[in-house]
Design a protein around this ligand. Structure first.
Ligand code: TRP
Length: 72
């Protein structure tokens, strides 16, 4: 899939932001949870294994669709 080489960026605006990867395919479940502290940045891709990402906590998220901010 062509969109699988696109990167997205998550920057934590507080301690303990969770970046949760959800599995691709008919079984949608959490497979990875990454904890970011304030100011930490994670750069990631959608992959064969990851089709969705859930972000918990205050963060700035940049994707090809734009930049968005999680609200409290
Ligand atoms: N092993 C995972 C994968 O290849 C790593 C990963 C990629 C991931 N993108 C992610 C984990 C986004 C959490 C969120 O799919």
């Amino acid at each position: 899939m062509s969109n699988q080489n696109e990167f997205f960026v998550i920057k934590a605006k507080e301690n303990g932001v969770n970046v949760i990867g959800l599995t691709r395919g008919s079984d949608t479940r959490f497979h990875h949870s990454e904890k970011l502290d304030k100011g930490e940045v994670m750069i990631a891709q959608f992959t064969e294994h990851t089709s969705a990402v859930k972000i918990r906590g205050k963060a700035l998220i940049q994707t090809s669709h734009g930049i968005m901010d999680t609200e409290e």
